[in-house]
Design a protein around this ligand. Structure first.
Ligand code: CAA
Ligand code: NAD
Length: 283
């Protein structure tokens, strides 16, 4: 079994900071990397806030909080990838960004290192093809909010080795999450099922059937969903929702996956949901 001690997380947005937090809480040393210092600092302060809530709820002590934060090293230098056993990439959901990152990481990382991606929908096999180590590339798909959600969808690319799969399965359990293995197909299982529902909710608003509030109330109170689909879309990020729908549309070629024009319009306007303060709701 591969021995994983040091982890690098790429992207300090809502997913990357959550992943870094759970890795550090499980005792791993973590680099949290982003393009600019201000982005890494934003990620670090959101981790600090989350941990502070745990302290206030008496779940962890102040000393434990400090120890977790100390295990996370901020980074804007990709060459830190050369000193870790696994990189978990959680940058933006764009194939060109992920392919060029994996191409670079392949050159920087140690020979034994695993390159994992938290992609929501993009083909693992295509990301792996940007490297010379496709057997060490794998999908490790966490759910948002990472500290709360139990699932990690694990996706093998065409060439992913059994040894790498076992190492990720084991790591997921060490992070106190539940691994579920699925095949490499657009949107995997989670977003192939979730995102068409969210897209349909947006069409329902676009076609004037109901207000966002009414759509969310129907799904919350009528179907017992913890959040309505438009609240959830704002929470995920409308840019991420659009990129996932585009991947489904392109991958399956079926018009039922066509992204709603209203979703495109909001993304073009810079209304990306909670992270920009405006989406279907204002924050
Ligand atoms: N980060 C960390 N912890 C958070 C959090 C956040 N952003 N938001 C809430 N929590 C924690 C709270 O601290 C609280 O913890 P305790 O119970 O330990 O005290 C717990 O979650 C419940 O929070 P609240 O009582 O404040 O609110 P809630 O009961 O409404 O739960 C929720 C919040 C867990 C987010 C819930 O609304 C929910 O489950 N929503 C749906 C989430 C979902 O569907 N996620 C998947 C998105 S899709 C995806 O991730 C895949 C993709 O590729 C797009
Ligand atoms: P986000 O917008 O909150 O954060 C993305 C971060 O990546 C930003 O801080 C950005 O500066 C950084 N970044 C972009 N290009 C980079 C590069 N080349 N190198 C280093 N950092 C770079 O997005 P997010 O919601 O955290 O999503 C990140 C990834 O996780 C996406 O692939 C997304 O599909 C996936 N994902 C998202 C969710 C969700 O609910 N939002 C759930 C599961 C998986």
């Amino acid at each position: 079994m591969m021995d994983i001690q040091k982890i690098m997380v790429i992207g300090a947005g809502q997913m990357g900071s959550g992943i870094a937090q759970v890795c550090a809480a499980a005792g791993f040393d973590v680099f949290l990397h982003d393009l600019k210092e201000e982005f890494v600092n934003r990620g670090m302060s959101s981790i600090d806030k989350q941990l502070q809530k745990q302290v206030e709820k008496d779940r962890i002590t102040l000393q434990e909080k400090d120890a977790i934060l100390e295990r996370i090293t901020p980074s804007v230098d990709l060459t830190h990838a050369g000193s870790v056993d696994i990189v978990i990439e959680a940058a933006v959901e764009k194939m060109d960004v992920k392919a060029s990152l994996f191409h670079e990481l392949d050159k920087l990382a140690q020979e034994h290192a695993i390159l994992a991606t938290n992609t929501s929908s993009l083909p693992i096999t295509e990301i792996a093809a940007a490297t010379k180590r496709p057997e060490k590339v794998i999908g490790m798909h966490f759910m948002n909010p990472v500290p709360v959600m139990k699932l990690v969808e694990i996706i093998r690319g065409l060439a992913t080795s059994d040894e790498v799969y076992e190492a990720i399965h084991d790591l997921t359990k060490k992070l106190a999450k539940v691994p579920v293995e699925v095949n490499d197909f657009p949107g995997f299982v989670s977003n192939r099922i979730l995102m068409p529902m969210i897209n349909e909710a947006i069409y329902t608003v676009y076609e004037g059937v109901a207000t966002p509030e009414a759509v969310d109330e129907v799904m919350k109170l009528g179907m017992n969903h913890p959040m309505g689909p438009l609240t959830l879309a704002d929470f995920i990020g409308l840019d991420t929702c659009l990129y996932i729908m585009e991947t489904l549309h392109e991958g399956f070629g079926d018009d039922k996956y066509r992204p709603c024009p209203l979703l495109r319009k909001y993304v073009k306007a810079g209304w990306l949901g909670r992270k920009t303060g405006k989406g279907f709701y204002s924050y």
